[in-house]
Write a protein that binds this ligand. Structure first.
Ligand code: F6R
Length: 354
């Protein structure tokens, strides 16, 4: 049964997910090779300490690192995501901007990059090529090049590792090699449960995908796993081609919990996934328990994934890997190839034509 299902994975998404642990140190080392140039350009502005903020411009699979970085690693300055056409107005010479676009051709990221170049604040770009690389080269901006040929969202490890390396070069995070190793170990735990030869019976993420199948998935995180919940949502959208939503405790207890009252009236095809960091505070776990008691009747199914990794970076990437596998298997259960995102390609080409 699994063999026929695996045939649907024509572009090899499961293999790409298995490469996540190795991607993390690869990206970090790639940025390390540009570290001197990044640090020298920052010092050349006359700055003495570290930047006031590090602003990360990037969309979708390339932008998610801006959310995962502060979730996984303690930063010494705010890491701010800029997901749109415009750089925030307050960004000036005290800040540094990193533009991340896997393809190098994303309109919003290019627009922010042009504004950042005008303000003289670009620290580096992370890309496999495209216009972002060309523009960076024209302006003498350090380029951290990542290997081409993947779906951007499947390159999350190399993009994240590279972003951490840039942040380290700027002093926005301390020496991060150990954090990258923890992240890789967290992802590896999950890969080990799924790679061929190590699985007796069906892979656990396939079991989860079967439970979530045929429902709209809502993913809840808390603290560092809030960013992971958003990654799960995007992966379910792009891999499984299914609507999904994400939110975070404790805020959701002050609004969204009431919205569940309507879920039953929509036919009850809603499921809940909760992502819990290893050392979650008891008051948060109690909230999760009580929230689930209250909404249980409105759900088709619910499940809670507790990270086994104790470190923050490990827990974040352990749960990222779970979401990558579950969303890919959800696609296979639905009989769709997880890799292509034709709607995004169609949207980009229609926008280009106007
Ligand atoms: C596709 C994917 C998308 C892209 C986004 C931006 O796999 O993950 O979310 O990441 O459309 O494109 P890039 O990453 O090329 O800047």
């Amino acid at each position: 049964m699994v063999t026929t299902m695996l045939d649907v994975d024509r572009s090899g998404m499961l293999g790409a997910i298995a490469s996540l642990p190795g991607q993390l140190p690869d990206g970090y080392e790639r940025a390390g090779r540009a570290a001197d140039a990044i640090a020298a350009a920052w010092r050349a502005t006359g700055a003495t300490g570290t930047p006031r903020t590090m602003v990360v411009c990037g969309m979708g699979g390339s932008g998610v690192g801006a959310d995962l970085l502060p979730a996984a690693i303690e930063a010494t300055a705010p890491v701010v995501a800029a997901k749109g056409y415009d750089l925030p107005g307050w960004v000036d010479a005290r800040d540094r901007v990193v533009c991340v676009s896997y393809s190098g051709n994303t309109a919003e990221t290019l627009s922010c990059m042009r504004q950042a170049i005008e303000r003289g604040v670009v620290a580096a770009v992370v890309t496999s090529g495209g216009q972002v690389a060309e523009l960076a080269t024209q302006h003498g901006i350090p380029v951290v090049e990542v290997p081409a040929g993947m779906q951007p969202r499947a390159a999350v490890g190399v993009l994240f590792g590279a972003l951490v390396g840039v942040a380290e070069a700027l002093g926005v995070v301390g020496p991060a090699g150990a954090r990258i190793a923890e992240a890789a170990a967290g992802a590896q735990r999950v890969v080990d449960l799924h790679v061929e030869g190590s699985v007796d019976g069906d892979p656990p993420a396939l079991e989860i995908a079967r439970r979530l199948h045929d429902s709209i998935v809502v993913v809840y995180g808390c603290g560092p796993t809030a960013a992971v919940a958003a990654r799960w949502k995007a992966q379910i959208n792009e891999n499984a081609k299914v609507p999904a939503f994400a939110n975070a405790y404790p805020e959701l207890d002050h609004n969204e919990i009431v919205g569940w009252e309507f879920a039953g009236a929509t036919g009850g095809r809603w499921s809940l996934v909760e992502l819990v960091p290893a050392n979650v505070a008891p008051e948060l776990r109690m909230r999760m328990d009580v929230t689930r008691e209250l909404i249980a009747d409105d759900l088709a199914t619910s499940l809670r994934l507790d990270a086994e990794s104790v470190s923050r970076a490990g827990a974040v990437f352990e749960l990222v890997a779970w979401g990558d596998y579950v969303s890919a298997y959800l696609a296979l259960v639905r009989g769709v190839d997880p890799s292509p995102v034709e709607r995004i390609a169609e949207l980009k080409s229609r926008l280009d034509g106007r």
